[in-house]
Design a protein around this ligand. Structure first.
Ligand code: ADP
Length: 859
């Protein structure tokens, strides 16, 4: 993510660019640059959606046929009078002459009179006013109909249409005149005649500048764009000659608004329109219809146009400030399409013409400019970051870029390799190397060849050679071969970035692997107690499920410590000290040393807690064992000696000091007491030593032992104490071979301990039974007695070190015998368990894995 100041600088840059683009919109709007494209769009919309053809309108066309039948133009005004009479007869509504009658008829002045009367008789007749320049650059004159005609006409109107720069006619000024826009358009006058009572508000764009009052310049007002009904002919039309020769039924003319104009070729009244050339009279018909239906199109005032263009461009560009380049590309397309569409909708429905190019060009231009700026910035940023990463990599490389020879010497020592050499790349090493191809190493300033050899007989096996190979590879990787960089900047930057990412990935993997391979359990949480990293050891030790989120308090809940976890965490954070505490995992016997460190990793305050758990169960166990051993030495082993010393002291004080005659029996009794204590001590010491031996016993010292002879030897050893208590020992065993891999002496001692206990904890005249059987792949030895038995609550403890059942002070023992049995059974891969009924007797069952070797059995 970009830092805040980077974001704000990006925004400022976009703001400035948006302003520039808005200015461009104004420039385009004012200069009318690209005007022809706008016009083409306008034409495309209107030609695709033409307006309705005018109805109730009739053109009386002065066509070729009329010229043929009536004669050459100009015709006598009597003909026009005749036409008017016909139209009157047919009851036509109104008539507009798109013909100019500037002069009186010099050859037939009577005809003017007749025509004038016909005009007057008809009533609703409009005549044309024409504005004319006498010569190029000369004065402009208003040419009115000759006075006799003008006076009888109901109204006059100018017949000018407006040509665009492309020579196409799309518009008209509804008022025009010399000095003052006085004359309404011929069609406006006609409309006013047809609908005299209506308060018709003249549509159109009014000029902004104050109307010039110069009587020599044309003033114009009420600018309107005229939507056309389509390519001509769209308006109903009859031939002039047909009308005056009664070839047209009168009802065709009845109630019609009639436009009289020339359509014959060569009469020069053709107009270029978006639909192609059109007769002036048809164009006028379109004007009439647009005025009647109020469908003329009014262009947006030029000032408003540039203000709107500027605002739209500015707002749209800023609106996409947070879009990605791809999103902005889509946005731009959507904007451009919407503006085009809106503009078309405005033309067709709102009858407003907003030229869209002034908005579209800046929007389209902004995208590449902005993308270029962003690309520039991105590349600059990437190069800066890459440079920094390279600097870091170089400095770390320098640290490990010690001399190749020095490094390989170390590896050679590990591998135990004596014959190896580095030569410069040019020579071949000078020796014969059968086992490995020489390896070329490119380092920062030179090129080396490493060659090694070893004897066929040497124990340089493949693993070692692989180690050697990877050591050399590693060295070669440290300083890479110079790569050919692509010339194109973006590709080169992307390549460098990819390399940097790969290196980062390798580093990440390396750190991860180191962490995973740490034997201690690591749990890292954020300051909210949510685990963000748990290594494999922690997962397996504490049964943590991979995908389940872990919360610290829930996790620590299972660890019992001296004190309070929250308090410890608080101390670690506030005092920034490392905390170590011993913790016990509930429901298990596991004990851990927990170390807690508060880190500030992302901010300057503590944001991360690192817990490491080291399993100290064994350490604690041996610590306990040592304490117990000390206790044993200081108490159990010491007390018989103290008793012996006390006996001697007592004897010296009571007997010897008083020079009494010492009875032989007294001496004997004292000596047997001393003997008993000494034996007890010896037995304790022996048990202790045996235990120590059992604890260090390892499989490396195991031999094959025959359990039959182990049992026989043990029975021999306990025969005496058994007979003393008149206890009979029975043996029941299988005749099968019973071999185990183990330590014969320890196994024998195991059996002696069990038998001794059976005798010790049984009354006289009872029976002790020994069973030896093969069960599957195991050998099972049972020692069963009819003694006191063991209470159920004591059963779980009797195999523990120094554990004796309470209230057995009359039976000597150190509480080590069964512990020894348990250890020896375990060391041999077996186990021991007890079944006992208090008051009835006990049965100790030892299970040992039998030695599995068919060859031995066959032998
Ligand atoms: P000790 O030196 O006390 O005999 P052991 O480890 O051999 O120590 O035995 C631990 C305890 O188990 C004894 O104190 C005794 O109470 C009980 N025990 C062991 N063997 C027997 C047995 N055969 N019958 C009853 N109790 C037994």
């Amino acid at each position: 993510m970009l830092p805040f100041n980077a974001i704000s600088s990006v925004f400022v840059e976009r703001f400035i660019l948006a302003l520039v683009m808005a200015l461009l919109a104004i420039t385009i709007s004012i200069s009318r640059w690209g005007y022809s494209v706008d016009q083409a769009f306008y034409d495309a919309v209107l030609t695709r959606f033409p307006s309705e053809p005018p109805k109730d309108l009739l053109i009386v066309a002065i066509d070729e046929r009329s010229l043929l039948e009536i004669g050459r133009w100009p015709w006598s005004r009597r003909v026009h009078a005749q036409l008017l009479d016909k139209l009157r007869e047919a009851d036509a509504q109104a008539v507009a002459f798109d013909i100019i009658f500037p002069d009186p008829d010099r050859y037939d002045p009577q005809s003017d009179q007749i025509f004038s009367e016909a005009i007057a008789n008809f009533g609703s007749v409009v005549l044309s006013v024409h504005m004319e320049q006498t010569y190029q650059g000369g004065q402009i004159l208003e040419v009115l109909p000759t006075p006799i005609l003008a006076s009888s006409a109901a109204a006059l109107g100018h017949v000018h249409v407006e040509y665009d720069v492309d020579g196409v006619c799309r518009a008209v000024f509804l008022k025009e005149g010399l000095g003052e826009a006085y004359w309404p358009h011929l069609m406006l006058s006609l409309l006013n005649l047809v609908y005299p009572d209506e308060d018709y508000e003249i549509p159109g764009l009014r000029p902004n500048e104050s109307i010039t009052n110069s009587s020599f310049a044309i003033s114009r007002d009420y600018f309107n764009l005229i939507p056309l009904a389509g390519p001509p002919p769209q308006v109903e039309s009859v031939s002039y000659t047909d009308v005056i020769h009664d070839r047209i039924p009168l009802r065709t003319l009845s109630d019609k608004v009639v436009l009289i104009g020339a359509t014959a070729q060569g009469m020069g009244d053709l107009i270029a329109t978006p639909f192609g050339t059109m007769d002036g009279v048809e164009f006028n018909a379109n004007i009439y219809k647009s005025l009647l239906h109020k469908t003329t199109i009014i262009p947006v005032d030029v000032h408003l146009h540039w203000i709107f263009s500027c605002i739209i461009v500015f707002v749209l560009i800023l609106s996409g400030a947070y879009a990605t380049p791809r999103q902005y590309f889509i946005l731009t397309s959507v904007y451009v399409l919407s503006i085009t569409l809106l503009s078309a909708i405005f033309i067709l429905y709102a009858r407003l013409w907003f030229a869209p190019l002034a908005v579209i060009i800046p929007l389209l231009l902004f995208y590449p400019i902005w993308s270029w700026r962003r690309l520039e910035q991105a590349i600059r940023f990437l190069r800066r970051e890459l440079y920094r990463a390279q600097q870091e990599a170089e400095s770390s490389n320098q640290q490990i870029d010690t001399k190749l020879a020095e490094r390989l010497t170390f590896v050679a020592k590990i591998v135990g390799l004596s014959q190896w050499q580095i030569s410069d790349g040019s020579s071949d090493g000078g020796k014969s190397f059968n086992h490995m191809k020489p390896i070329d190493v490119v380092s920062s300033d030179n090129f080396n060849r490493v060659s090694i050899s070893w004897d066929e007989s040497s124990d340089m096996d493949t693993k070692y050679s692989q180690l050697w190979r990877s050591a050399i590879d590693l060295n070669a990787n440290v300083v890479e071969k110079p790569e050919k960089k692509p010339a194109e900047l973006v590709t080169a930057t992307i390549q460098s970035l990819r390399k940097a990412t790969q290196e980062a990935e390798i580093n990440r993997k390396f750190t991860r692997q180191c962490l995973e391979n740490i034997r201690g359990a690591i749990v890292v949480t954020n300051i909210f107690g949510e685990a963000i990293l748990i290594n494999d050891t922690a997962r397996s030790s504490f049964d943590l499920v991979e995908d389940k989120p872990l919360h610290l308090l829930e996790f620590l809940h299972d660890f019992q410590i001296d004190g309070n976890w929250l308090h410890l965490i608080q101390t670690a954070i506030l005092e920034q000290t490392d905390i170590s505490v011993e913790a016990k995992l509930v429901n298990t016997e596991k004990e851990y040393l927990c170390q807690l460190v508060a880190l500030n990793w992302q901010s300057k305050y503590t944001d991360t807690l690192l817990f490491s758990f080291t399993d100290i169960t064994m350490v604690k166990e041996s610590e306990r064992a040592r304490t117990e051993a000390l206790h044993f030495l200081s108490h159990d082993l010491r007390s018989p000696v103290v008793s012996i010393l006390a006996l001697i002291e007592q004897y010296r004080n009571t007997k010897l000091n008083r020079d009494d005659v010492v009875e032989k029996s007294e001496v004997n009794s004292m000596l047997s007491d001393i003997e008993a204590y000494a034996r007890k001590n010896l037995s304790f010491a022996e048990s202790f030593l045996q235990l120590a031996r059992a604890e260090i016993a390892g499989q490396s010292k195991f031999d094959l032992c025959d359990i039959h002879s182990v049992i026989d030897n043990a029975l021999l050893m306990v025969r005496h104490p058994a007979s003393q208590k008149k206890i009979k020992i029975d043996i029941s065993r299988t005749m099968d071979d019973m071999w185990v891999e183990g330590d014969g002496e320890l196994l024998e001692r195991l059996l002696i301990n069990l038998l001794t206990n059976a005798i010790k904890y049984s009354s006289s005249d009872t029976l002790v039974q020994v069973f030896a059987e093969v069960e599957g792949s195991n050998l099972v030895i049972k020692v069963k007695d009819q003694g006191h038995g063991i209470k159920p609550e004591d059963l779980p403890n009797i195999f523990q070190r120094f554990k004796r059942v309470a209230g057995q002070t009359n039976v000597s023992g150190a509480g080590l015998g069964l512990h020894f049995v348990e250890i020896v059974a375990r060391k041999h891969g077996g186990s021991v368990r007890v079944e006992s009924e208090f008051g009835k007797g006990s049965c100790f069952i030892v299970v040992l894995p039998a030695y599995q070797d068919d060859t031995l059995l066959d032998d």
